[in-house]
Design a protein around this ligand. Structure first.
Ligand SMILES: *Cc1c(COP(=O)(O)O)cnc(C)c1O
Length: 429
């Protein structure tokens, strides 16, 4: 198969003149893999079509939202219908209630929600709620978990010895992250230690209950239960950042799957059906701290935007149908099973972590259980693998530390073709 991308290359060069790195979000720039990004001109179902007319089976899914694939006809119809009635009102509308009701009905931990425009705003606001509600300042986050780009959450993790978060970006004053404590994923002891020292000062613990932003990493059940117990013991709030896993792992997200009820939940991605949306929610008691019911301020000119609400409603309606998640998980399991067989066949140092319709192929000897083990992956090997897939019409997220997303638009023949290409890639490594 010939793969030529002169138009994408030209667009990328032009884009770099006017936008930093030629992109509006760094992960799109292919900086973690070789080559330069393909510019997309059209998408449909499971496919992306680039500016040169190359077609790809897409496993990025817009980084999570597109669980129905691209241009789902009901979502598109809803967007068209809503936009012809107005693009933004600056006043409440009925669809906000409809979407809020749908979310609340699926997540027993949530009585009330507040819509935002992104996941970043959701996590940022959830932290503010935890601080306002408890009257405490410290928060705990975990190495390798991403919660958007708010200052005090932009802490990767220093060396094992540092407990105080070092900002992982310039422009974030150390004083802004001095109240961010960093613990290790799947390591209950690292959390207990922090609580022993700062317990009465810790407002909340924020975590991706299933991690997706260091590649897919599964939590020990006991670890999540431990977090629930210790936060309760110290009067801190447990915040599940389900921006990725919410409505991805099932209607009740990771919290339903692992049967651990957080105090605050952050959502985004799927609840917006591909439009810019985020949300945070909790019990009525906790949410009553938020303005206008309470003193904690948080707002948004476009929050609860009518077009985004309509897209979200159309998206959720379809995934609420019986067996939707079972089918998706079965298809993913099948694919992952085949990939595992191919890993064996070619004797590769690699393994797959998967759950629901998410998975990551780690080019790693060990099973990945936390950030440290994730970082032992061979990123150079991933990069070569990624390029072979791309050249053969399959696009994976362009980084080792991301999740592949399967959508209901991926057909059996898409998956068969993908497996052929994956085998080609493995063979060449
Ligand atoms: C994507 C993501 C975010 C950030 O959401 P944006 O809409 O990109 O701001 C936060 N948390 C998690 C777990 C995510 O996957």
């Amino acid at each position: 198969m010939s793969h030529k991308t002169p138009k994408s290359e030209k667009l990328f060069n032009e884009a770099k003149k006017y936008m930093v790195g030629g992109v509006n979000s760094p992960v799109r720039s292919f900086s973690a893999v070789e080559g330069s990004p393909v510019f997309i001109s059209k998408a449909k179902g499971s496919k992306l079509i680039d500016a040169d007319g190359n077609k790809y089976i897409d496993y990025i899914g817009s980084w999570g939202p597109l669980i129905l694939g691209h241009t789902d006809k009901d979502v598109v119809k809803a967007v068209q219908k809503a936009s012809s009635s107005g693009t933004s009102y600056g006043a409440p509308c009925k669809d906000e209630i409809t979407l809020a009701k749908m979310v609340v009905s699926c997540l027993p931990s949530i009585d009330k929600i507040r819509m935002t425009n992104s996941g970043t705003e959701a996590t940022m606001s959830a932290i503010r709620v935890a601080r306002a509600y408890t009257g405490r300042d410290y928060i705990i986050k975990f190495e390798g978990c991403y919660h958007g780009h708010a200052d005090y959450l932009l802490v990767k993790a220093g060396s094992g010895a540092t407990t105080f978060g070092n900002p992982s970006s310039p422009g974030v004053p150390a004083s802004f992250t001095s109240k961010t404590l960093v613990a290790k994923y799947n390591d209950t002891e690292s959390v207990e230690k922090l609580f022993k020292k700062y317990g009465e000062k810790i407002a909340g613990v924020i975590i991706e209950p299933v991690a997706g932003n260091m590649g897919v990493v599964l939590p020990d059940k006991a670890f999540l239960r431990g977090l629930r117990a210790i936060t309760r013991q110290y009067g801190s709030l447990l915040i599940f950042d389900e921006v990725m896993t919410g409505f991805r792992l099932g209607l009740s997200g990771a919290q339903g799957l692992f049967r651990v009820r957080p105090d605050i939940t952050c959502l985004g991605k799927i609840i917006g059906g591909g439009l810019p949306v985020g949300a945070y929610g909790a019990s009525s008691k906790i949410m009553s701290i938020v303005s206008p019911e309470g003193p904690m301020y948080q707002a948004g000119t476009l929050s609860g935007n009518p077009i985004a609400m309509a897209a979200g409603i159309a998206n959720l309606k379809k995934i609420m149908k019986k067996d939707f998640y079972n089918k998706l998980a079965k298809r993913t399991d099948l694919m992952v099973g085949e990939i595992n067989s191919l890993i064996d066949k070619y004797g590769l140092e690699a393994n797959v972590t998967s759950i629901g319709s998410m998975f990551t192929i780690f080019f790693n000897k060990e099973k990945v259980t936390d950030y440290k083990s994730a970082l032992k992956s061979d990123t150079e090997k991933f990069s070569r693998f990624f390029s072979i897939l791309l050249k053969n019409g399959v696009i994976f997220p362009p980084s080792q530390f991301e999740s592949v997303f399967i959508s209901s638009a991926h057909t059996n023949s898409d998956i068969e073709k993908t497996l052929d290409v994956v085998e080609k890639g493995f063979k060449a490594l």
